[in-house]
Design a protein around this ligand. Structure first.
Ligand code: ATP
Ligand code: MG
Length: 354
């Protein structure tokens, strides 16, 4: 199979973990006789430094022509005081919007052998295997106007959704639930927000089209609690942009580290974008300490969702589990009697397995 993959390493540990993902994909290509061509472009702070904008046209064009896009992470203290149009995060929001990536899928599974890395009790974490489906192009991140008013004495952010935006994400979530255990939890704040009332109405309307899926509605505050007290009760969780952002960071404690969580962002047809859930982690950037697993598992999701290479995706996931089983882990994780390794060695162990 011949595929064009655009790599957007971005900033901080994004660059380090992207290098790992590329090595893993190169090993897969060799082992399974695929031709993957890689093209690297700038985004975020790196793009601001080089081109004066967090999202250059050349980057957008390359992504639109690619078969899939891998993204590292953007941001860092260097650009924290930039005006809003020159913030690295603009690049990320911009590329999601440009590719119309409306669905963000985040699988979360309690890894064997790593349970002790979570502050939660083993009996709570074990058996957790859920998929958070987060809406990605609407909501409060994109509402206008978002501004200071009255000489800085008041402030406005707008949470906006169209019926169409809610319908397509809800459909995606129902379809994902069909392929899993057939349970959908819709998370909202319908006791307060008008947008959530409409969200709930649409989930209720759609239910009839997916009779084999059972549906529950949970308020976001209750969902936040249940995610910690009884994570195994969730199969597929669908929610709007900001709730999904918060809940997926919370859910990361189930695996023990943000460094373990991959994500897939999909549009209605064509290119998907795959990135770790974590950010650029400026505190450990450049030190060779970053856990490459989230990025490597994101590459596995790319093989699965964009290229339909299930065997290849699975071998990467097996490789990760096998290396953890052998006791190897990066500094963000703990395994009793395990062996702490850096980014490069962790990557090499995974590549060797493949
Ligand atoms: P963002 O605003 O971009 O989401 P953030 O402030 O949420 O960033 P992250 O960069 O996501 O912060 O990570 C938070 C902390 O978790 C980091 O500072 C780092 O210590 C740790 N961390 C995140 N990802 C990894 C990783 N891949 N390997 C090791 N540690 C990590
Ligand atoms: Mg974050």
């Amino acid at each position: 199979m011949k595929k064009r993959i655009v790599l957007l390493p971005g900033d901080g540990i994004g660059k380090e973990v992207m290098h790992s993902a590329k090595e893993v994909l190169t090993a897969i290509a060799e082992e399974y006789n695929h031709t993957f061509s890689f093209e690297t472009h700038e985004i975020g702070g790196a793009a601001i430094d080089q081109y004066g904008t967090p999202l250059p046209e050349t980057t957008v064009d390359a992504c639109k022509q690619a078969d899939a896009v891998l993204l590292g992470a953007v941001g860092g203290p260097k650009w924290d005081n930039n005006p809003s149009h020159l913030r690295p995060e603009r690049g990320l929001l911009g590329i999601r919007k440009a590719l119309d990536l409306y669905a963000n899928l985040r699988p979360i599974k309690g890894f064997k052998n790593l349970l002790h890395a979570s502050p939660l009790k083993e009996e709570i974490v074990s058996g957790s295997d859920l998929l958070i489906v987060r809406e990605l192009t609407g909501g409060i991140y994109f509402g206008t106007p978002s501004e200071r008013r009255d000489n800085g004495e008041s402030v406005v952010d707008t949470l906006a959704y169209t019926r169409r935006e809610i319908e397509r994400i809800v459909d995606k979530a129902f379809q994902a639930a069909q392929g899993r255990r057939g349970k959908l939890t819709s998370v909202d704040k319908a006791n307060v927000l008008e947008s959530s009332k409409m969200w709930r109405e649409i989930v209720e309307e759609k239910k009839a089209q997916y009779p084999e899926v059972s549906v529950e509605h949970v308020l976001v505050d209750a969902a936040a609690m249940k995610l910690i007290t009884n994570p195994a009760s969730f199969d597929v969780v669908v929610t709007e942009n900001m709730f999904g952002d918060i809940l997926s960071d919370e859910a990361s404690v189930l695996t023990g580290s943000l460094g373990m969580l991959p994500s897939a962002s999909l549009n209605e047809s064509g290119v998907g974008l795959y990135e770790p859930v974590h950010g650029s982690a400026p505190d450990i950037a450049g030190k060779g300490l970053a856990n490459p697993v989230a990025m490597i598992l994101s590459a596995a999701l790319m093989l699965r969702y964009s290229f339909e290479l299930e065997d290849e995706a699975k071998i990467i996931e097996d490789a990760v589990q096998s290396v953890l089983d052998a006791g190897y882990h990066t500094a963000d994780l703990q395994i009793p009697n395990g062996r702490k390794v850096g980014t490069e060695e962790m990557t090499k162990l995974i590549v060797d397995y493949i």
